[in-house]
Design a protein around this ligand. Structure first.
Ligand SMILES: Cc1ncc(COP(=O)(O)O)c(C=O)c1O
Length: 383
């Protein structure tokens, strides 16, 4: 029987580590030290109180939760547009905002609106695995730009210039996953300018905006041709509400609307109400960021003594990408042993880089601060 190319989509390997970590935790005696979860990039904090209260009030008031317009509730689109003025000083027309089912729901819409099967889309390796897996399932061709610490795991205009033929699209992420590194505003502007000048569609994944530690932040929404993807899953701590957004160039608003009408109809109504209120929960959200900042400092100080000295120069997100080539060339086996022997779950680099990933591990520090302190102690002994 025929199966489609989508049936060959690779697994997101970190989810396998989640399964292993769950099994390990379930097998432990009740008072044994628990498994420390550093494999997933999911804030443990839950939605901010104001967002939960808004959802509760809507349900209590009996608001019927129907479909919304495909591009989202007008109030949420307007609030997102205001956010661009508040964070970046950018006047944004709410008509260019599309509310999506997480950033994940934005990718197929963006890729289908911007590219055709056979189109080449460049991105830095290491990369967030679904970029590649979704592009391939749609018949598009990911093109890898091998990056390392010298360009802070980010692409450069010179790398794009060196590509022949020129790509049809470019994906950037700043801060990025897995390395946590950022493009300087001038670097992002240079890439956006190069893409616009050459008719190359830029997709800028800005999902980790708000989680930067003293590094300057810039958005690609200033480019007239770029697609910006963002989400309520990280800074806003609302992963399970499945809500995100795009800022679209004028020419793609109606195409994305038509695709969204057909593929999703709309993002969840209740999540859109909660998300609108989340913008007013700054105090709580900044307290989360302060926790990440402290956890990052704990790891940057303690990891070198625990045998992880070669860390990505991460200015943002909640990840450290560790080069472990002095300890193993089998990141998956290394992660399995680390889980079995010291109860720490981390993500093997093979998910993020198919050629060099076996020499890297990604540690996520969005869990409890006390867990990060404990992780350093366990790893120092394990070393
Ligand atoms: C870089 C990046 N983009 C997009 C996503 C998807 O996020 P969501 O669909 O929860 O908005 C993630 C999730 O970890 C991510 O790390």
């Amino acid at each position: 029987m025929k199966v489609g190319r989508g049936a060959e989509t690779p697994a997101f390997l970190v989810m396998d580590v989640v399964t292993q970590a769950n099994a390990r935790q379930a097998a432990l005696a009740p008072n044994a030290p628990k498994v420390i979860r550093m494999e997933v990039g999911q804030p443990g904090t839950g939605a901010p109180a104001g967002a939960v209260a808004a959802a509760q009030a809507a349900l209590r008031d009996g608001l019927p939760m129907g479909y919304t317009e495909a591009l989202g509730l007008p109030a949420l689109r307007a609030r997102i547009a205001r956010h661009y003025m508040e964070w970046y000083g950018l006047a944004l027309d709410p008509a260019r905002v599309a509310v999506t089912v997480g950033a994940s729901g934005a990718f197929p819409l963006a890729f289908l609106a911007a590219f055709d099967p056979g189109d080449r889309v460049a991105m830095a390796a290491p990369f967030y695995p679904p970029y590649v897996n979704i592009l391939q399932s749609l018949g598009m061709l990911p093109v890898m730009l091998e990056t390392g610490p010298d360009s802070r795991f980010q692409p450069t205009v010179a790398m794009l210039e060196a590509l022949h033929p020129r790509p049809d699209g470019v994906i950037v992420a700043s801060p990025c996953n897995p390395a946590g590194t950022m493009l300087q505003p001038a670097e992002l502007a240079a890439i956006a300018g190069w893409c616009h000048a050459h008719g190359v569609r830029l997709i800028s994944d800005e999902i980790y905006h708000g989680l930067q530690y003293d590094a300057p932040l810039a958005t690609a929404a200033t480019s007239p041709s770029a697609i910006v993807v963002n989400s309520f899953s990280k800074y806003f701590s609302m992963t399970g509400w499945r809500i995100g957004w795009m800022v679209l160039p004028e020419d793609l608003v109606r195409p994305v609307e038509r695709l969204a009408q057909n593929m999703f109809i709309s993002a969840p109504h209740i999540a859109q109400i909660a998300a609108t209120a989340a913008f007013d929960c700054t105090q709580e959200l900044e307290a989360n960021v302060a926790t990440y900042r402290r956890s990052r400092a704990v790891l940057l100080k303690g990891f070198p003594d625990a045998g992880f000295a070669r860390l990505s120069p991460a200015e943002g997100a909640f990840y450290l990408y560790a080069d472990v080539s002095d300890r193993t060339h089998d990141a998956q086996g290394f992660c399995r042993r680390m889980l079995a022997e010291v109860g720490i779950a981390a993500a093997p680099g093979v998910d993020f880089d198919r050629t060099r990933g076996n020499r890297f591990i990604r540690f996520s520090y969005c869990g409890a601060e006390a867990d990060m302190i404990e992780a350093v102690e366990r790893l120092k002994i394990w070393r």
